[in-house]
Design a protein around this ligand. Structure first.
Ligand code: UDP
Length: 402
């Protein structure tokens, strides 16, 4: 039986600008899974907050997938920090849309705790099964990266929602263990790894990728791709690069972020100057996903210095492009990276150790002992099609369908 699915992705749109403050892996996850599930004949409505008239109220995204913008009387998009207070009126708008269009959903899937709160309103109003994916947990974020100040409201809401929803979907076993702190029974949690678009992310010719991006063939390129958030460990990446400044042609390429006027950008710029690596850093800004394979293919190594990841999509994308990864042991890294073969998973978060691992990749690159096609082959099992099948199974289980 084809399902009618409502997804809530209220604070961040699946078609938002990837790499900016609140838009990253979660948007990719919602977009890719919806696309795959819609392709199989199920209908999905994704609800997100409206974005100052940038899009129509209803956007046909893919086969059987619609994106619906709700405003609840708000003007412009409301920041993540302020959104909680607007959730009742956003729910009212969502409910009116549902009634006007005479819609009935079989299952509701919320993404991130704010959507979880909205989802809990729908769960009781519609008497519908409610699955929840947190993407990150406030308590873990706070514990691993204290400069990420999480509100008490988020922490208590996550605890309450975990008990009240009908099922939780996480991307790693690690995340499942974190959730056990909330007294959630194991059988309520389903682990579904993320995927990667293997058609989009594939190895390109390195010299031409470098030429097109304006990098020299002799550079040793360390690439970072992602949002500029404290949890991403950017300062320790800069420290690491400071320790590698003796390497000829060393270049750190930073992809992502919200532009040169943000405090994080300025901090990183000053740090680069203090470390005397300002001429070794290229701030490329945010890059559309369709252009990212060029960056991954041009790079010698992708660095993931994060304190916490719920999965870590950029590592998977880099590996699919044949580029090795040096990472902290966060998210699904231990599953994705074959330690010593397709990269390294650092056992110590000290920049000195991280620098040694990056240098070891440099040596392997010089010896030509890293094969892009072998690196790619190590991750081809991570497909969105597989994730979608597992998610559909979780939906059917929640509905007690065979
Ligand atoms: N991304 C992008 N352009 C950028 C920076 C990031 O398209 O300039 C995408 C990247 O391809 C990846 C996602 O944003 O799919 C980041 O996901 P990840 O899981 O690595 O981190 P999160 O945002 O969830 O913390």
């Amino acid at each position: 039986m084809a399902l009618n699915i409502a997804m809530l992705s209220i604070h961040s749109s699946p078609i938002g600008d990837l790499g900016t403050q609140d838009t990253g892996g979660m948007s990719v996850y919602v977009r890719e899974l919806a696309k795959e599930i819609g392709r199989r004949g199920h209908c999905i409505d994704i609800f997100t907050q409206h974005n100052s008239g940038r899009h129509q109220r209803v956007v046909d995204l893919y086969d059987n997938v619609r994106l619906i913008h709700v405003s609840g009387g708000t003007r412009g998009s409301v920041s993540k920090g302020a959104l909680y207070a607007y959730l009742p009126q956003l729910f009212h708008d969502l409910e009116s849309f549902k009634i006007k269009q005479n819609l009935e959903y079989d299952i509701l899937h919320s993404h991130y705790w704010l959507s979880g709160v909205l989802g809990a309103m729908a769960q009781s109003a519609w008497n519908i099964d409610h699955l929840l994916t947190y993407h990150t947990l406030g308590a873990v974020k706070q514990q691993t990266c204290p400069s990420e100040h999480e509100t008490e409201l988020r922490l208590t809401s996550e605890r309450r929602l975990a008990r009240g929803c009908d099922g939780l979907v996480v991307a790693t076993q690690k995340e499942k263990e974190y959730l056990s702190r909330y007294d959630v029974s194991d059988d309520k949690i389903t682990v579904i790894p993320c995927g990667v678009d293997l058609h989009r992310f594939k190895p390109l010719d390195k010299p031409s990728a470098r030429r097109q991006l304006g990098f020299s063939e002799d550079d040793f390129i360390v690439l970072y791709v992602g949002r500029y958030a404290p949890v991403k460990g950017l300062h320790r990446l800069f420290e690491t690069v400071g320790r590698l400044a003796h390497l000829p042609g060393l270049r750190l390429v930073m992809v992502g972020g919200d532009g040169p006027h943000t405090p994080m950008f300025r901090q990183l710029q000053s740090q680069a100057t203090a470390l005397n690596i300002q001429n070794r850093v290229t701030f490329a800004g945010r890059v559309e996903q369709k252009t990212l394979p060029q960056y991954y293919s041009a790079a010698d190594v992708l660095a993931v210095p994060s304190y916490y990841e719920s999965f870590g999509l950029v590592a998977l994308e880099a590996l699919a492009c044949g580029t090795p990864v040096v990472t902290t042991p966060v998210g699904a890294m231990e599953k994705m990276v074959k330690d010593g073969v397709t990269g390294y998973v650092a056992t110590d978060s000290d920049p000195k150790h991280f620098a040694r691992l990056i240098e070891a990749i440099g040596l392997k690159q010089q010896q030509n002992s890293l094969s892009p096609s072998k690196i790619r082959a190590s991750v081809t099992q991570f497909t969105w099609a597989r994730s979608a099948s597992l998610l559909l199974e979780a939906y059917r289980r929640a509905l007690h369908e065979p």
